[in-house]
Design a protein around this ligand. Structure first.
Ligand SMILES: Cc1cc2nc3c(=O)[nH]c(=O)nc-3n(C[C@H](O)[C@H](O)[C@H](O)COP(=O)(O)OP(=O)(O)OC[C@H]3O[C@@H](n4cnc5c(N)ncnc54)[C@H](O)[C@@H]3O)c2cc1C
Length: 394
């Protein structure tokens, strides 16, 4: 990959920048963070604007409704939308960043034409039903069962930590279709319509203050066999494809936000607080420098992952490298923000142009990044086994 942007890529940047400058003033501020129906309306309206302007599914193939942009244009898109503070992907996260890409890689032509266009248009929202009580890191221990009954599966069990379940139309669902097979071999990947009879969503309120995720109870839910993606009992492999997208490229906008946060922390550190500047503290300056270098390295890694994904169709194990390192950097960034803000970090007043209350929220959010999509310990296990070739965990 040529790391310098070509003339045509810069032209793409110019067009996109012009479009963002024109439309963003019409978008308005996002609704309150605990207003989930409002957030769905806001996020899907933004997705519709991207769709109508030809920017939806920036890296998805043209024949599947995407823009078919090159990996570099994809990176330019991420840089420019972040620079302009365009709305975040929000509740469209699962559909656009990992269920959709999994469908592109694994689904039948009929499934693709049914599910992909509404994701791109912002008409349908997806969630992810993988984790269960007792099956998080050890995901293959999942017990939600799907019993074949003619051309349906009858699904019963419980999912947990299902982000955006409250406002989702579909769920990428992992179920056990063969209870007698070795645990990784008896799983299937299904598309569950969330309005099916027998689906009950119970929101969970988090330390973050919102009901961002839910418990989902499934009581004899009938799911057509036609909704299975991939071969019966081969769902573990399909789930690994989902994870490689989730870990590999789904946190990239957050990375760019972290870079911006670092910039604003430099500004705040240079402003005076109680007669002194946090900038005077050598430890603060050193950590700011280390974090800037780490974030730069993560951006380079992102370029590599995006390129690999475009070559092979999936990001691969590079996603675990990114996810592990990014979550550690995000913790450090949150710690440093609180150190620089000091007591102001506990208030919701603006300080030096940055909303200090947001920093506290960011710090709390950072804690969840090292758990979501597989904990740091699990990423280390994956890297130990698949990259370093160490003996497999028993
Ligand atoms: C913000 C957020 C959003 C989420 N959204 C979703 C979602 O939409 N859909 C969904 O399905 N899930 C979601 N999850 C759940 C997430 O995938 C799980 O929390 C995660 O996989 C960890 O599982 P667990 O919580 O059961 O922890 P456990 O698996 O019980 O782990 C507890 C601790 O033990 C460690 N541990 C466990 N096994 C090993 C091992 N073999 N080696 C070393 N250490 C180990 C873990 O690393 C961790 O520190 C979300 C989680 C968060 C935080």
């Amino acid at each position: 990959m040529n790391l310098r942007y070509s003339e045509s890529e810069e032209r793409f940047r110019g067009e996109l920048r012009g479009w963002l400058d024109k439309v963003l003033p019409t978008v308005g501020p996002p609704p309150a963070s605990d207003d989930w129906p409002g957030r769905r309306a806001y996020d899907t309206a933004w997705q519709r604007m991207l769709y109508e302007a030809g920017y939806a599914g920036i890296n998805w193939p043209k024949e599947l409704g995407g823009r078919g942009a090159s990996p570099t244009e994809h990176l330019v898109f991420l840089e420019e939308t972040e620079r302009a503070h365009a709305p975040y992907v929000g509740v469209n996260f699962v559909g656009l960043l990992h269920a959709g890409p999994t469908l592109i890689a694994e689904a039948s032509p009929e499934q693709r034409s049914r599910y992909l266009p509404p994701i791109l248009r912002g008409d349908e929202v997806w969630c992810q039903g993988f984790s269960e009580p007792g099956a998080g890191s050890d995901l293959a221990a999942l017990r939600t069962r799907a019993v074949r009954d003619g051309d349906h599966y009858v699904v019963s069990g419980q999912k947990i930590w299902t982000s955006h379940a409250e406002v989702a139309d579909f769920c990428e669902l992992l179920v056990r279709t063969d209870p007698h097979a070795p645990k990784h071999r008896g799983i299937s990947w299904l598309v569950l319509p969330m309005d099916s009879p027998g689906v009950e969503v119970r929101p969970l309120r988090t330390i973050y203050g919102t009901a961002e995720f839910s418990e989902v109870f499934l009581d004899e839910v009938r799911v057509p066999v036609a909704n299975r993606v991939g071969v019966e009992n081969d769902g573990w492999r399909v789930a690994m494809v989902t994870f490689s997208f989730e870990r590999g490229t789904a946190f990239v906008s957050e990375l760019l936000q972290s870079m911006e946060l670092l910039e604003s922390l430099v500004g705040i550190a240079r402003s005076t607080r109680d007669g002194a500047q946090p900038w005077d503290d050598l430890g603060v300056r050193r950590e700011l420098g280390h974090l800037a270098a780490d974030l730069d390295a993560l951006w380079s890694l992102t370029k590599r992952n995006v390129t690999q994904a475009s070559r092979t169709g999936v990001p691969g194990v590079g996603g675990s490298v990114f996810k592990l390192h990014y979550s550690e950097v995000r913790h450090r960034l949150g710690d440093l923000a609180l150190r620089i803000l000091d007591r102001a970090g506990l208030s919701f007043d603006d300080l030096g142009g940055a909303r200090s209350g947001e920093q506290v929220k960011g710090w709390v959010h950072a804690l969840s990044i090292s758990i979501a999509a597989g904990t740091s310990q699990i990423q280390r296990n994956i890297l130990g086994e698949r990259v370093l070739g160490l003996p497999r965990e028993r």
